[in-house]
Design a protein. Structure first.
Length: 151
């Protein structure tokens, strides 16, 4: 069997995920630095059976970043992301929300040990994110934030 035939037989892994862009009234945005992988990410994760995307986003933010006192400001929509991980194709449907952090910049509980929460200005947050789809989420969130501030 040649490489092309083998690749065509690899099953695509499909799943749904949800996450959030969190903004503080100061105009700073939460990102998660993951030093072990040299990544900067937004909080998100798999949608569990029986869970809504909003429930998932809130759970993942609390688990990964430790923040729980959040107010939803906007549903940012859905985008499909395709990527390869360990020579396996993945297709992920992502659903993101814009949240306002009501309270300080210190989380209510410790974040997951693999993540270091950072509060950055919008443009710096967008630039530091490792993956293009997450930079797009920050752009969408920034537009929604600006629209709310102008209203």
């Amino acid at each position: 069997m040649d490489a092309e035939q083998t690749a065509s037989q690899v099953q695509v892994v499909r799943y749904r995920a949800a996450g959030g862009v969190i903004v503080h009234p100061s105009g700073r945005v939460l990102v998660l630095e993951r030093p072990s992988r040299r990544e900067v990410r937004l909080p998100k994760g798999h949608i569990d059976p029986g869970e809504t995307p909003l429930q998932t986003a809130l759970r993942e933010i609390a688990e990964e970043a430790g923040f729980q006192n959040l107010k939803i400001l906007a549903d940012l929509g859905i985008q499909d992301v395709k990527f390869t991980y360990q020579n396996r194709p993945y297709e992920r449907q992502e659903h993101y929300f814009l949240f306002l952090r009501e309270g300080g910049l210190v989380p209510e509980r410790p974040p997951e040990s693999q993540f270091q929460p950072l509060w950055l200005p919008w443009e710096e947050a967008e630039q530091k994110l490792t993956y293009a789809p997450e930079r797009e989420w920050v752009r969408r969130a920034h537009r929604a934030w600006q629209a709310q501030q102008a209203a």
